[in-house]
Design a protein around this ligand. Structure first.
Ligand SMILES: NC(=O)c1ccc[n+]([C@@H]2O[C@H](COP(=O)([O-])OP(=O)(O)OC[C@H]3O[C@@H](n4cnc5c(N)ncnc54)[C@H](O)[C@@H]3O)[C@@H](O)[C@H]2O)c1
Length: 456
């Protein structure tokens, strides 16, 4: 049987089975943008010199991801934990740079064009505001803000000082998400009323149970400065290394993972506002280690044209990182690094359910009339290869290098970044709405006029 010999109804039957079995899909390996790999050496006068504040897990990952980016140079790093000065240099392949506990020394350096801020969330506001006031462009890690007010203050400082600001949800620069946006913008999905996304992990590391290094102590860590405006308490290495578990410094599952999901959804759908309404539920089922956040969190959000349902679960990882965009004429799924587009069956079908409450005579007449009015399409009038399409980046693709490159390109050219401070604040507000709803056990709304989250 050739594909063109299928009747329309055969196609619907076989096509659906084939798609369910994962066959009949055209797989495309996406072409990297290579924004970061300049074809020519960048002259020293065009080199962007940057310094980094916070060289823990993410700071070191970012430093390493800058290595393939042309025309950038890290000249200094600040961290409150001395061992992380060594880790920063190692992440740069052993490069000698200035290291210090005092981040303000980096802001004072005239040869520093830009700052990367990779501290815990409770420090983002102060560093971004001071960096902008010092005339530096800033790449600030996600979630941009630790509160709605922090985000507003950061936007004001960035805009008043005419700075470039990129927030660090690197999927916004991913070629996979660019393809998803292309499919969304093409209208192939039709009207989409439901978007769901999940980020499930089922390991202690995934639940932030990070080990404490043996040299951690008040001799090696400036604990009082680290606390900043948070309540003063004696040195607690658990809080220092597992800060995501505590509300004074982090935002739990929402701030760590929902922000990536919301950034992906806002980017793909071109959303330029926070959700209007949110309702969360969840619970702390397994990690009863004194943490203040749940290990299972669900939030349902209302946007003007669709609903979003997010889930993060620390106790099962079957779904991993997942997005589903459900449209009237197509479905788009992102599972890890694989994007699948599948058309919804669009052929007309005779009613085959409710007519079984009709007498046989009426039923037969109805079916005869329907068949007359809907002749079979000729073979070849439809194509089975319109079935699923699958897209994936090449092996070792780094959206983080692309995201950093996008920032440094903007610093050099003053062109807009892909994820600016306003975008970052909107997705962070979504995280704050999620937590607000969870902790207050109420539906919350975003009051755009008052720029506040309030109970519905
Ligand atoms: N984009 C991503 O995929 C991604 C992944 C992980 C973390 N993050 C984000 O990166 C940020 C850092 O996370 P992490 O896991 O690296 O945390 P971490 O605790 O491993 O590292 C943070 C470092 O910041 C330092 N620090 C804090 N305040 C400082 C100050 N005032 N001056 C100098 N150094 C200071 C701390 O000493 C610490 O070493 C968070 O906002 C987090 O949400 C983003």
């Amino acid at each position: 049987m050739t594909k063109n010999s299928l009747t329309r109804r055969d196609f619907m039957r076989v096509g659906a089975g084939a798609a369910a079995a994962g066959v009949a899909a055209k797989v495309t390996i996406l072409e990297p943008l290579r924004l970061w790999a300049s074809p020519r050496p960048v002259p020293p006068s065009d080199t962007v010199r940057f310094a980094i504040i916070g060289t823990g897990v993410e700071g070191c990952t970012l430093l390493n991801a800058t290595l393939p980016v042309s025309g950038v140079e890290c000249v200094a790093a600040a961290d409150l934990y001395d061992s992380r000065h060594i880790a920063a240099k190692e992440a740069l392949g052993g490069k000698e740079i200035e290291t210090t506990r005092e981040y303000r020394r980096l802001l004072e350096r005239k040869d520093v064009d830009a700052i990367i801020c990779a501290t815990p969330d409770h420090w983002h506001r102060r560093i971004v505001v001071e960096a902008a006031q010092a005339g530096k462009d800033v790449y600030c890690e996600k979630p941009m803000s630790h509160s709605v007010e922090d985000g507003l203050a950061m936007i004001e400082a960035v805009q008043k000082n005419n700075r470039i600001c990129q927030i660090g949800s690197q999927r916004v620069s991913s070629i996979l998400y660019a393809k998803a946006k292309e499919i969304w913008d093409s209208g192939k999905l039709g009207m989409v009323d439901t978007i769901e996304a999940a980020w499930d992990r089922n390991t202690d590391s995934g639940a932030w149970v990070y080990p404490v290094p043996p040299d951690a102590g008040t001799q090696t860590i400036d604990w009082d400065t680290w606390l900043d405006g948070a309540p003063k308490i004696p040195f607690d290495p658990i809080r220092f290394f597992r800060w995501r578990c505590y509300r004074d410094y982090g935002a739990g599952l929402a701030g760590d993972l929902f922000v990536h999901l919301l950034s992906g959804i806002h980017f793909v759908t071109g959303t330029n506002q926070p959700a209007q309404r949110a309702l969360s539920t969840g619970g702390l089922y397994h990690y009863k280690d004194g943490r203040e956040f749940p290990d299972l969190l669900w939030t349902m959000y209302d946007y003007p044209n669709f609903q979003v349902v997010l889930r993060c679960n620390h106790n099962n990882n079957t779904e991993g990182e997942f997005f589903g965009f459900y449209g009237k004429t197509g479905t788009m799924i992102i599972r890890g690094s694989t994007l699948t587009y599948k058309p919804q069956a669009s052929c007309h079908q005779p009613e085959d359910y409710s007519i079984y409450g009709w007498p046989k005579k009426l039923r037969d007449e109805y079916l005869a009339k329907w068949t007359k009015e809907h002749p079979e399409p000729k073979p070849g009038d439809f194509k089975i290869d319109e079935d699923s399409e699958v897209f994936t980046p090449p092996p070792n693709y780094s959206d983080m290098s692309d995201h950093l490159a996008n920032f440094f390109h903007a610093v050099r050219t003053r062109q807009p970044v892909v994820e600016n401070d306003v975008f970052g604040s909107y997705t962070a507000i979504g995280c704050h709405m999620s937590n607000s709803s969870y902790f207050n056990r109420t539906v919350v709304v975003w009051d755009a006029a008052a720029k506040k989250i309030r109970s519905a």
